[in-house]
Design a protein around this ligand. Structure first.
Ligand code: F6P
Length: 554
């Protein structure tokens, strides 16, 4: 990468953006009946339709020039080779090695990584097998039926999302629960429905220091011991997933019950590691490995495809196009697939924790807008809530529609209705409805001209609003693995273009530090004066409200 080449490519795109200011997707479709086949591709079980975007062949060519100028090929190779591409933490980024099912020779500091990964997968297989067969017994000799994952961030969002997405594959009689929030109601409401004799806790924390997870894990341990009354029960009911063996031992979990991973796996990229244990406990190891296979298939596509036919690269450059050249600030992820209901939340961490940065890799202020705000909800629910703004608001909001051709849970025509809605939304965003069309519709429906003319402006849809559609046969483990890896690589490519470190997350630290300091003030009852006026005022009010409640109760 040279700065000059990048700047040239950027300037070319700016000039092109000015030339295509009036670009009109309706016209592009009318002019080119082949637009779908030109602007769509399939890989690793996913069809990606990007024909409904404000792009021409020239736009795409200029965007590919940009990623070339940014040295994308070298950066992809560096990641897969295990170079320390996370400089602020001096770490390699090798989550792809966790799903390296095609035997690439991946080394870290000269040592092969595959044996490490393989040994943990084997231990997971043995453990999952014992739980499923009933050989693993609780403190009263009963088999485990309920798995409670205690973790937060990457130690929660991945396992929650994937477990939920693969619910049709759950082993009979097994149930998964997830506790993440330090709000005690999360843990207490979860435990309320559970039987300690048949509950297995998985404490998942890369660092094993995260305050929320440690507090919940200790509380869960006390809950168990209140019923079991014998410390030895902990070994039957608690396992840990972590990189920190010492801390796990200090918590009281035996090393035999710990499943490790490594500092080269970022939290938000860790569902492929032992952090996926709750998933494996739900669906079994064979299907968990199919999930890894799906991730690997997308990795191979990303590693080997030309940029012009690389799904992650195309997704990434479309995002850059809107984010940096059209002023889009958010990106909506809209699964027409209820099993993906937690996918937007999962992507929020993946994308926003990775690319929510304002300095470049060498610590200089970035020159352009970086990561978008990612948000979304499943369709059709969103249609009855926030789609109004996507269709008629003043902002441009690129959308991803995700949908399965075949339902896991067919019921009458409902899946057809779901798909019809998903496809129609992309169509409506692209086509819009002109003033003339709106007026003609009203008149045809029998409305008088004056009333129709007054109402017509409210019924206009500007259209020309961008969306991609991701279509797959069904949401099976392989496809889900491929889908997650696709978004991971999209985030990576965008980070390369913005020249930021997508693999650290220093921005989460300050709040944690301040919270630790405030906890002491909250626990006391003294008037607080040492902070800013807002902080003092809030803490004093909490103290006053607590006094009020106590007085009321007395
Ligand atoms: O606070 C953010 C974060 O560090 C995430 O990056 C991470 O996924 C999460 O906390 C949980 O961390 P751990 O797995 O170490 O408990």
């Amino acid at each position: 990468m040279t700065r000059r080449n990048v700047q040239d490519a950027w300037s070319q795109l700016e000039a092109h953006r000015a030339r295509v200011a009036e670009i009109d997707m309706r016209r592009l479709f009318a002019e080119d009946p082949e637009r779908f086949s030109v602007f769509s591709l399939a890989a690793a079980g996913i069809l990606f339709d990007y024909s409904r975007h404000r792009v021409t062949r020239e736009t795409m060519a200029l965007l590919f020039d940009l990623v070339r100028a940014c040295g994308l090929r070298e950066r992809i190779d560096a990641m897969f080779r295990g170079e320390r591409i996370n400089p602020t933490e001096n770490r390699a980024v090798l989550h792809t090695a966790l799903r390296n099912r095609c035997g690439r020779d991946v080394r870290l500091d000269g040592q092969p990584v595959a044996p490490l990964v393989e040994s943990v997968l084997l231990r997971m297989r043995s453990f999952v097998g014992k739980v499923h067969s009933g050989e693993w017994k609780g403190y009263t000799g009963r088999r485990m039926t309920d798995v409670v994952n205690i973790g937060i961030g990457g130690s929660d969002l991945g396992p929650v999302m994937v477990s939920q997405a693969l619910k049709p594959w759950w082993q009979p009689g097994m149930r998964a629960h997830f506790v993440s929030n330090v709000d005690p109601s999360h843990l207490l409401e979860t435990l309320a429905g559970l039987d300690a004799e048949t509950t297995l806790f998985v404490v998942a924390s890369k660092t094993f220091t995260t305050a929320e997870t440690m507090m919940n894990a200790h509380a869960a341990r006390n809950w168990l011991l209140d019923q079991a009354s014998d410390e030895s029960a902990v070994a039957r009911h608690f396992v840990a997933v972590s990189t920190n063996a010492e801390r796990v031992a200090a918590f009281g979990i035996h090393p035999d019950n710990m499943f490790g991973f490594w500092d080269w796996v970022g939290g938000r990229y860790s569902v492929w590691s032992a952090v996926g244990l709750p998933v494996a406990l739900m669906i079994g190891m064979d299907l968990f490995e199919q999930f890894l296979d799906g991730g690997c298939a997308m990795d191979e596509h990303f590693r080997l495809a030309e940029f012009e036919s690389s799904m992650p690269v195309i997704m990434a450059v479309l995002g850059i196009w809107y984010n940096d050249f059209w002023g889009a600030e958010t990106h909506a992820v809209l699964p027409y697939d209820q099993y993906l209901s937690r996918f937007p939340a999962y992507l929020q961490q993946l994308d926003m924790e990775s690319n929510g940065k304002s300095v470049t890799r060498d610590g200089k202020p970035v020159a352009s807008a970086t990561g978008p705000i990612v948000w979304g909800e499943p369709g059709t629910n969103g249609q009855h809530a926030f789609y109004q703004l996507i269709h008629q608001g003043t902002r441009i909001i690129p959308c991803d529609f995700l949908m399965a051709a075949c339902s896991q849970r067919p019921l009458g025509d409902q899946h057809e209705t779901l798909l019809a809605n998903g496809i129609a939304q992309g169509q409506a965003l692209m086509r819009g409805k002109t003033h003339d069309e709106a007026l003609a519709e009203l008149l045809a429906a029998g409305m008088g001209r004056e009333a129709a003319e007054a109402l017509a402006p409210h019924k206009v849809f500007a259209g020309n609003r961008p969306s991609s559609t991701l279509l797959y046969r069904e949401l099976d483990p392989f496809t889900l693995g491929s889908l997650i890896a696709l978004y991971e690589h999209k985030v990576f490519v965008q980070g390369v273009v913005w020249n930021i470190n997508s693999f650290d997350q220093w921005g989460v630290e300050l709040g944690k530090q301040l919270a630790t300091a405030l906890q002491r003030d909250l626990a006391g009852d003294c008037r607080i004066q040492e902070h800013d006026a807002s902080t003092n005022g809030l803490i004093d009010t909490i103290h006053a409200l607590r006094r009020e409640l106590t007085d009321d109760q007395d």
